[in-house]
Design a protein around this ligand. Structure first.
Ligand SMILES: Cc1ncc(C[n+]2csc(CCOP(=O)(O)OP(=O)(O)O)c2C)c(N)n1
Ligand code: SF4
Length: 333
C-alpha cells in the first residue's frame, strides 16, 4: 500500500493543535500564565475579531518583552469597548491618543524612554483601519520615515465601525457601508485603488512589515515576536472581521478570516526592509463567493440574478494577489 504522509495543519488552535506540539512551540494563548492583557469585562460585540486580534497580539508582545510594554491606542472600537472611563480592561500601561495621532504619541513615548535610558521598555501603537489609513496616515508615515522605535498594529475591519460603519480607504470595492449604500447602478463602495497600507509601509523600507489574520494564531504570534525582536519602525496589519459591520454571524469570524486568505483577497506575508521574505501559501483555494456570500455587506451581489460582473471583478483582484505574492505553490515566484 502506498505511503501517504499525514499533514497536520491545525496547530493554531487552543485545543488539540497545541497539545500535539512540543511545549516550547505552543501558542502564548495556550499558556495558563499568559498576561490576559485585554481582560474580560470589555464591551466588544460577540465574535469581535478586533478584540481577539488585540488580545493575541498584545499578549504575544508582553511575552516577547518580559512584560515591559506601553501601548498608545487611537480612538475607535478597540479604545471605546475596552476603556469606558473610569473603567479599563487593559492590564498594561495604556494611553488613549486622539483618533489621528497615535503614531505621534507612541513616537513621543519612545523618545522619552530613550532620554531616560529605558531601553528595556518597548512601545506599541494601535488603531483601526480608519485611524491608520485615513486620519492617522500622516503621523504614521512620519513615524516610518524617522524609523522611530515603535511597533504599529492596524486592526483592519475595513470600515469606521465605532461610529456606525462608514467607509474608510481600506473598505473593499462593492461593500455596503452606511456611506456607500447598496443602491444605484454600482451599489456599495466604488472600486478604486483604496490604500494598501502594508505595501505603503514597505515602500518606506522600514525594518519589518507583516500581515496576519485572526484565523492563524501561531502565525500572528510569530509575527509579533519577530517584530519585537527588531528595533526601529515596524508595522503589522491584521485582518479582523467585524460581525456588526460585515453583517456576518458571530461564530463566523475565524472562518471569514481564513476564507479571506484562502480566496487570495487578503495575502498573508512578511517583509524585511521592503522585500517580501515569507508568504503563507493558500492550502485550499476557494472562489471569492465563498468569502463574500456569508456577509450581508455583499448581499446585493447575490440577488436574482447575481451580479456576476462585479463578482468576477473581485475574483480578478484575488487572482492578482495570488500571482503577485505567489500564494499558490504552483504559481511562479
Ligand atoms: C478628529 C476626529 N474625527 C472623528 C472622530 C470620530 N471617530 C471616533 S472613532 C471613529 C472611527 C474609527 O474607525 P476605525 O479607525 O476604522 O476603528 P474601528 O472603530 O473600526 O475599530 C471616528 C470617525 C474623532 N474621534 N476624532
Ligand atoms: S462593531 Fe465590530 S469592531 Fe466594533 S466591537 Fe463590534 S464587532 Fe468589534
Amino acid at each position: 500500500m502506498a505511503f501517504q504522509p499525514v499533514k497536520y495543519y491545525q496547530t493554531g488552535t487552543f485545543t488539540v493543535g497545541n497539545r500535539l506540539l512540543p511545549a516550547e512551540t505552543r501558542s502564548v494563548q495556550a499558556n495558563m500564565r499568559r498576561t490576559n492583557s485585554l481582560n474580560s469585562g470589555h464591551r466588544a460585540c460577540q465574535g469581535c475579531g478586533e478584540a481577539l486580534g488585540a488580545r493575541y497580539a498584545i499578549d504575544a508582545a508582553m511575552e516577547a518583552t518580559g512584560r515591559q510594554l506601553v501601548a498608545a491606542n487611537a480612538t475607535g472600537c478597540l479604545e471605546v469597548f475596552s476603556t469606558p472611563y473610569p473603567e479599563t480592561s487593559w492590564q498594561i500601561p495604556w494611553i488613549h491618543s486622539l483618533f489621528g495621532n497615535t503614531a505621534a504619541v507612541a513616537t513621543g513615548i519612545a523618545a522619552a524612554l530613550k532620554a531616560k535610558n529605558r531601553n528595556d521598555v518597548r512601545v506599541i501603537a494601535q488603531g483601526g483601519d480608519g485611524g491608520t489609513t485615513d486620519i492617522g496616515f500622516g503621523c504614521l508615515s512620519g513615524m516610518f520615515e524617522r524609523n522611530d522605535d515603535v511597533l504599529y498594529i492596524c486592526y483592519d475591519n475595513e470600515a469606521y465601525m465605532n461610529t456606525g460603519v462608514q467607509r474608510s480607504s481600506a473598505t473593499p470595492g462593492a461593500a455596503r457601508t452606511t456611506t456607500t449604500p447598496a443602491v444605484g447602478e454600482h451599489p456599495g463602495n466604488p472600486f478604486g485603488q483604496g490604500k494598501n497600507l502594508p505595501q505603503i509601509a514597505m515602500a518606506h523600507e522600514i525594518p519589518y512589515v507583516a500581515t496576519a489574520t485572526v484565523a492563524d494564531l501561531h502565525d500572528l504570534e510569530h509575527k509579533v515576536r519577530s517584530a519585537m525582536a527588531l528595533r526601529g519602525a515596524r508595522y503589522i496589519h491584521i485582518l479582523v472581521p467585524c460581525p456588526l459591520g460585515w453583517g456576518s454571524a458571530a461564530h463566523d469570524t475565524i472562518r471569514l478570516a481564513r476564507l479571506a486568505h484562502e480566496s487570495g483577497l487578503f495575502p498573508v506575508f512578511e517583509a524585511l526592509r521592503g522585500e517580501v521574505t515569507q508568504v503563507s501559501k493558500i492550502r485550499r483555494r476557494v472562489p471569492v463567493e465563498d468569502y463574500l456570500q456569508p456577509q450581508r455587506r455583499f448581499a446585493h451581489l447575490f440577488g436574482n440574478p447575481p451580479d456576476v460582473a462585479t463578482i468576477a471583478r473581485i475574483q480578478s483582484m484575488a487572482d492578482r494577489n495570488i500571482r503577485r505574492y505567489a500564494l499558490l505553490d504552483e504559481a511562479p515566484a
